[in-house]
Design a protein around this ligand. Structure first.
Ligand code: PLP
Length: 416
């Protein structure tokens, strides 16, 4: 019998290659643990891990060290000012985390309150998927607290908000929503994809859970897909259990890229926000523009709420208002298409939050699930074009938008 390694067959030797011992030095970058399975010294150790009496790793759908490291890093940024502990869970995408949160805290007969201007994928999930399983959602204007109050019901489990709505850029009054939700016995769950740390940290403003499509600013380079949720260890443990059962776990390669992105998050986001403010201010004055939505503009309806909730920056007065600017030209749907297609620096592309400035015609892309009535209820003009401002120079982006708007031509009356 071949028991010594040197006596084993060629295939056994190939499969059981030497592995490096644990390192004495901490690597500066978190390694990619690209292993679906982990080995144990004994069956008792394996059993102890699975029944929760020992910590560690068994199988990467359950937990993976690189994915955990990414989630813990997000928790450190989101909860840096909280008195108590916070935990986070990594997911394969923003929609994986959003769906897991609803599966965790609702059941047939439960009620959800969500914004009329919610991200299209969330809208589709709540209406078509959760709805099929008996969860009823009312879509209301969450910036109108009377509407929220009137829509709450004894069976409301979740009040859902986006810190900055995609694409209207409406800013949610999180402390007021938290108070209403908690009075009704519901959780306040906040999608803060468009307002990542350091723009805003919703847990400091009463949110029970904050989630992100990490595909956007957290990763920041449009090269990895992921999601993450942060909150109290008790709530997050319940979400983890659902993630394990539904399988939306984050892959280690993606986790590596997303965690690396976090190291430059404040630098990237601060610069993107400053460029977005300059861009929004410049474009708002163009005669071909019907309206510009950007929370950093003093006339924006959410500007004061943003000043109250957003981080004031290292000097106490450098608010960052996000880097999504929604530009609505005259000319309806055709005007929006023409604006997007004439841009040369900004690219027509999916997603947001990356280094490249991207545009999308909202009604035909991110919010294609919305019919005209839902678009109107959400306050989305059929011509709206969403700019996700990247890291290019502000002057180039402004010149690009100006030439595209100039080319729309015609008088205001003709464009109408
Ligand atoms: N939430 C918001 C605000 C989004 O914009 C998106 C995607 O665009 C999502 C959630 C979904 O994220 P993902 O595409 O990573 O599933």
């Amino acid at each position: 019998m071949a028991s010594e390694p040197s006596e084993r067959g060629e295939n056994t030797r190939a499969v059981h290659l030497p592995v490096p011992p644990p390192l004495a030095q901490q690597p500066l970058a978190v390694p990619v643990y690209r292993s679906a399975a982990f080995a144990f010294g004994s069956s008792a150790e394996y059993a102890a891990l699975l029944n929760g009496s020992a910590a560690g790793y068994s199988y990467s759908r359950i937990d993976n060290p690189t994915a955990d490291s990414f989630a813990a890093s997000v928790a450190a940024l989101e909860a840096c000012q909280l008195p108590g502990p916070a935990a986070a869970q990594p997911f394969a995408s923003g929609m994986a985390v959003i769906s897991a949160v609803f599966w965790t805290f609702t059941e047939a007969g439960a009620h959800v309150l969500a914004p009329a201007a919610v991200y299209g994928g969330t809208y589709g999930f709540l209406r078509d998927v959760a709805g099929k399983f008996g969860v009823r959602t009312d879509f209301v204007d969450v910036t109108d607290l009377d509407q929220v109050r009137a829509a709450l019901r004894p069976e409301t489990r979740i009040v859902y908000a986006e810190t900055v709505a995609n694409p209207t850029t409406a800013v949610a009054d999180l402390p007021a929503l938290a108070e209403l939700a908690h009075q009704a016995g519901a959780l306040l769950v906040v999608d803060s994809t468009l307002a990542p740390p350091p723009v805003c940290r919703p847990l400091e403003h009463g949110a029970d859970l904050v989630l992100h499509s990490a595909t956007k600013y957290l990763g920041g380079h449009s090269d990895a897909t992921g999601g993450v949720v942060t909150g109290s260890p008790e709530l997050v443990a319940r979400i983890r259990a659902v993630r394990i059962d539904t399988g939306g776990s984050l892959a280690p390669d993606e986790a590596f890229l997303l965690r690396r992105g976090l190291e430059t998050l404040p630098l990237r986001v601060s610069r993107q926000c400053a460029t977005a403010l300059a861009f929004a201010s410049a474009v708002a004055g163009h005669p071909a523009v019907r309206r510009v939505d950007y929370p950093g503009l003093p006339g924006h309806p959410g500007h004061q709420v943003a000043r109250r909730l957003f981080d004031a920056g290292p000097d106490g007065q450098s608010y960052r208002f996000g880097a999504i600017v929604t530009v609505t030209p005259y000319g309806g749907r055709a005007g929006g298409y023409a604006l997007a297609d004439r841009l040369r620096v900004a690219q027509v592309a999916t997603s947001l939050g990356g280094t490249h400035t991207k545009v999308s015609h909202v009604a035909s892309t991110t919010h294609r699930q919305f019919d005209d009535a839902a678009l109107a209820a959400a306050g989305i003009d059929p011509g709206a074009v969403r700019f996700s401002v990247g890291l290019e120079d502000a002057a180039d982006l402004i010149a690009d938008a100006t030439q595209a708007l100039d080319a729309l031509g015609g008088t205001r009356e003709e464009r109408e």
